[in-house]
Design a protein around this ligand. Structure first.
Ligand code: FES
Length: 131
């Protein structure tokens, strides 16, 4: 584990998010949530979003994954706050990778979990609102 978290491989921002995840845990009063799994490695992420006044007011996550996926999930819960659901859904895996100071090439795919989970949570919330 220590070798995988080497500063030669990961940015200081990523290591900090991994070691001190922001907004970890379930959210009882979430307006939307989504669960995604990476079919290749099996890592997973459940994200929870709470909306107030037309923007994301809070976000939290539960994750079972690699340091890069945990760090990008943690960063996602900060990045989406204050955004409209539409804007949150348009954030890309590159945005989440940038938020942790970039990812090594072999780990770029790990930020897909955060991007997919946020997009799916927003889509589910919109579908619920229309029903
Ligand atoms: S190795 Fe599976 S998401 Fe990173």
């Amino acid at each position: 584990m220590a070798e995988r978290l080497s500063p030669d491989v990961y940015s200081a921002i990523l290591i900090d998010h991994f070691q001190n995840p922001r907004n970890a845990g379930a959210m009882e009063d979430a307006d939307a949530e989504a669960f995604v799994t990476n079919p290749v490695c099996g890592d997973s992420l459940r994200i929870f979003l709470k909306f107030e006044d037309g923007v994301v007011a809070r976000a939290s996550f539960l994750s079972s994954g690699c340091p890069a996926s945990i760090a990008t999930s943690s960063a996602a819960t900060e990045l989406v706050v204050g955004l409209t659901p539409e804007d949150a859904a348009t954030l890309s895996r590159d945005d989440y990778a940038d938020a942790v100071g970039g990812l090594p090439k072999a780990k770029i795919h790990c930020s897909v979990l955060a991007a997919s989970a946020v997009t799916q949570a927003v889509e589910q919330w919109k579908a619920k609102a229309k029903a």
